[in-house]
Design a protein. Structure first.
Length: 194
């Protein structure tokens, strides 16, 4: 069985909405997008680059997949992240997309997110990584399908915005398997489900 790893940027008060750009996710009038900018350093780049030298499989919700397809799909800059994202098999979970042809190596998963990802997880193959896709992560977490989290905890609070665990989240215990602090105060924490 494959494992599912989630990688998310979050604030101290748990906001995960729109870390990359002001226009990344403006749902519900969120106007603080781009809050994760200015925290990058060599430590963060090194930690996030681990494992990028080999293509793996990824899972996305529709909105995050569309955003990444636009931002990363056309790039050919030789960046290790670009190469990894474009080479990876990308499964996009959606009930509204007609096809996943907008980004190379993408496969459309139709139907219930929990059911389709549980079936995918049960198949032989490479482990699965999820970047962003918070609505999808919430559903998979509630179903007990997430095995590990890598949280990039930024040293700021926003007071508003979508949080990782809004609504019901079952009691789930994790073990801290490692952590690294960056020079800008971001704590990269790795957790594994017990």
């Amino acid at each position: 069985m494959r494992s599912i790893s989630v990688i998310l940027s979050t604030t101290l008060d748990g906001v995960v909405q729109g870390p990359g750009r002001g226009d990344e996710d403006t749902q519900d009038g969120f106007d603080l997008g781009g809050w994760g900018n200015g925290y990058g350093d060599d430590v963060l780049a090194r930690e996030m680059g681990k494992g990028m030298d080999r293509p793996g499989d990824m899972v996305f919700g529709r909105r995050t997949w569309e955003d990444f397809a636009t931002a990363w799909g056309p790039r050919t800059d030789g960046n290790v992240f670009t190469a990894h994202l474009n080479a990876a098999t990308k499964y996009v979970v959606s009930t509204t997309l007609d096809n996943a042809g907008a980004w190379q190596n993408s496969v459309l998963l139709r139907g219930s997110a929990v059911e389709t990802v549980a079936e995918l997880k049960a198949l032989p193959g490479k482990d699965l990584a999820i970047i962003g896709s918070v609505s999808l992560v919430r559903s998979l977490h509630a179903a007990g399908l997430v095995d590990t989290y890598t949280l990039l905890i930024h040293p700021l609070t926003l007071g508003k915005g979508a949080r990782l665990f809004e609504g019901p989240a079952p009691l789930t215990e994790f073990t801290l398997t490692g952590s690294v602090a960056t020079t800008t105060g971001v704590l990269i924490a790795h957790y594994k489900r017990r």
